[in-house]
Design a protein around this ligand. Structure first.
Ligand code: GUN
Length: 283
């Protein structure tokens, strides 16, 4: 039976460390602040935003919510971001995606000042990630790396397979693994013989978004399986991409919920603290 990697517990450790750093920053006169923009009334986005605000409060980060109606124009949204870019006491800006149509995610990402882009979605920060010279950490991939480090799972020399090639997870995940000297393969919907590629993996990361996508036949016995998926199964229950039977084959497995999700938020807090530390240095 696979060992469960308890993301909830590990995220709690990270948050406790951040709370100490936030206290020191506050003593020095800088309280970290995250501005969160939510447009419209997508229920999933509302839950994510509430979770992020709650996590901020737990470590002493101030959060500022800007809730805009679904019929907000592109110009209004960009003007809101511009005002936050210029606001000195705002360290991080996060615009919850996806945006209601016809708003353009890409234009919004490009409008956020790279120095406040705590999602690390801006092309400038993506470039930093490519060259391994991190300004901000990409939250979900960085959360996965933190889970591996704090479980004493080494990456160097390992065969790592990432399923999914999104800009938010798959691509930056592959980069972080590569920077730690893994041999990395990225799989996607056009990969030929996905099962045999995945079976090579010592560390398999799934970011597909389909319940029961990763089956036991796709997993090498003893492999580390990281489940980034966040789906509903046919009973409406929250689940990841990995089928329950994989626990019989894998050596380590992250649960959903309580695996990668809490780590993503912890890394967002870490980026906000990083931005606030820079503000203090530039005082
Ligand atoms: N929507 C789903 N995940 C994310 C995320 O990590 N950041 C933002 N801004 N929107 C999201």
């Amino acid at each position: 039976m696979a060992i469960c990697i308890d993301g909830k517990r590990i995220a709690g450790e990270v948050r406790a460390e951040l709370a100490t750093e936030v206290r020191k920053l506050c003593e020095a006169g800088v309280q970290p602040c995250l501005a969160v923009i939510i447009v419209g009334d997508n229920p999933a986005s509302r839950i994510y935003v509430n979770n992020k605000k709650k996590a901020c409060a737990e470590v002493g980060i101030r959060s500022e919510e800007i809730a805009l109606p679904a019929d907000t124009t592109q110009e209004e949204l960009l003007a809101c971001i511009k005002a936050l870019n210029e606001k000195e006491d705002v360290d991080g800006i996060l615009c919850q995606l996806p945006l209601p149509s016809p708003l353009d995610d890409k234009a919004v990402i490009a409008a956020i000042a790279p120095s406040k882009d705590v999602d690390a979605f801006h092309a400038e920060n993506v470039g930093h990630i490519m060259i391994g010279d991190y300004a901000f950490l990409p939250c979900t991939p960085a959360g996965v790396m933190e889970l591996l480090h704090r479980t004493n799972i080494s990456v160097a020399g390992k065969e790592c397979v990432v399923i999914g090639r999104s800009n938010i997870v798959g691509k930056p995940m592959a980069m972080l693994l590569l920077h730690e000297n893994a041999t990395v393969t990225i799989c996607h919907s056009r990969t030929a013989d996905l099962e045999s590629v995945c079976r090579r993996a010592d560390i398999l990361v799934s970011a597909v978004g389909r319940a029961d996508f990763v089956t036991a036949q796709m997993v090498k016995p003893g492999a580390v399986v990281i489940d980034v998926g966040m789906n509903r199964n046919k009973d409406g229950k929250l689940c990841g991409d990995v089928a329950p039977e994989v626990a019989e084959v894998a050596g380590y497995l992250t649960p959903v919920p309580g695996g990668v999700g809490p780590m993503t938020i912890a890394m967002l807090l870490k980026n906000t603290v990083t931005a606030a530390k820079r503000r203090l240095e530039n005082f």
